[in-house]
Design a protein around this ligand. Structure first.
Ligand SMILES: Cc1ncc(COP(=O)(O)O)c(C=O)c1O
Length: 372
């Protein structure tokens, strides 16, 4: 690539912006001499519960663990089916497979989120839960999904890995169903200094179980009441996230502004940008990614690269077509929308540090590519 003029994301710039506060977080934790399950973790959990309106927040090691623990808290395992989206990061399906259940896909809509009408067709007597994914930060149609879940007695576990800061009808993503699983990976809006995650739930029993499970099932130092794992959110991450929660609204609004600018400036009809869901507050997207669907995607990606713009394919393979999914017997053609989108998707550079000049430059390159 020629010199990078517009990076996909710029975490070094984020460090520069927050240097004093981040270094103070590190100092506080180092000088306390305590690093695991300290009051910082509890303060983080209370702050996130307060922000999102959830009754419980449990800090964990990753979004993947949060998904697995949400499924386990529901008692989902061998012989059970979970309906989910074929468009996501592999962890959504991986979590279902890890608890021994079977992922059952339902095709997506134009917005790349699971299509409620397709969910209904996939329900069998083995189905126990629906796992929608708020892909890129755009909320799934939770109203329709909750109606279907109630009609069939199914639980809803939201893959909210990307939806911190997304609200719909006054409710935060991840608080609509039984539980919501969040990632605090560095590429998210609300990010730790490495891997991290958390689970939101209003269910007291589930919260208790997950709290035990993340810490070896230890009720106290000497009493193990169930065999769990080590999936604790480190105190350093909790302290950084506690600080970053104060920045979240501003980050989402800067990203929304950037997304609006892209929408206005990209004029090529070969590029489709899904609408954001109707929401009275206009906040039903946390804008973690700016994924467009375009003709001749690889040609555009290469052209952008030649012009110093980092655009990435998220993702070029629908989940049912990965080698690991072969055991479920899916084949090409099963989910036509997801498959067609996998050939067209391109994530444009999208972060809160982009300047209007950079966005205009990207949009101009996109328009020029199709005009040629
Ligand atoms: C939609 C989705 N689900 C699950 C995950 C897994 O989260 P983590 O990387 O924190 O385990 C991610 C992370 O990229 C994600 O984007």
């Amino acid at each position: 690539m020629s010199d990078v003029k517009v990076p996909f994301i710029d975490l070094k710039q984020r460090y520069e912006e927050e240097k004093d506060e981040l270094e103070a977080c590190v100092k506080r934790i180092l000088s306390s001499g305590h690093f695991v399950l300290t009051p910082e973790v509890t303060r983080f959990e209370e702050a996130v519960a307060g922000y999102t309106g959830a009754r419980h927040c449990i800090g964990l090691n990753s979004g993947t663990d949060a998904l697995m623990m949400g499924l386990m808290a529901l008692g989902i395992g061998r012989g059970d089916e979970v309906i989910t989206s074929p468009i996501s990061f592999v962890a959504s399906t991986g979590a279902i497979a890890h608890v021994g259940a079977t992922p059952v896909y339902a095709d997506v809509g134009d917005d790349q989120n699971i299509d409620p009408a397709e969910i209904e067709k996939r329900i069998t007597p083995h189905c126990k839960a629906i796992m929608p994914v708020h892909w890129g930060g755009r909320m799934s149609d939770m109203a329709a999904i909750l109606v279907i879940a109630a009609r069939h007695g199914l639980a809803v576990l939201e893959d909210s890995a990307q939806s911190m800061g997304a609200w719909m009808n006054g409710r935060h993503g991840g608080t609509f169903g039984f539980a919501g699983a969040f990632s605090a990976h560095p590429l998210k809006n609300f990010n730790a200094l490495g891997d991290g995650g958390f689970l939101l739930t209003d269910d007291d029993e589930a919260a208790k179980k997950v709290r035990l499970y993340r810490n070896h099932g230890l009720e106290d130092r000497d009493t193990c009441v169930l065999y769990g794992v080590n999936s604790r959110l480190d105190s350093l991450h909790a302290e950084v996230l506690l600080f970053r929660l104060t920045r979240l609204e501003s980050i989402v609004s800067r990203r929304r502004h950037n997304a609006d600018l892209y929408r206005r400036l990209i004029r090529a009809p070969q590029v489709f940008i899904p609408d954001d869901p109707a929401d009275p507050g206009g906040r039903a997207n946390s804008y973690v990614m700016m994924i467009v669907q375009c003709e001749n995607r690889d040609g555009l990606r290469d052209f952008l690269r030649q012009n110093g713009i980092e655009a990435l394919v998220y993702y070029g393979t629908a989940l049912h077509l990965h080698p690991a999914a072969q055991r479920y017997g899916y084949k090409r053609g099963d989910f036509p929308k997801a498959e067609a989108q996998a050939d067209k998707v391109l994530a444009l550079p999208h972060h809160q540090h982009l300047t209007e000049e950079q966005i205009s430059y990207v949009a101009d390159c996109v328009n020029r590519f199709y005009a040629a």
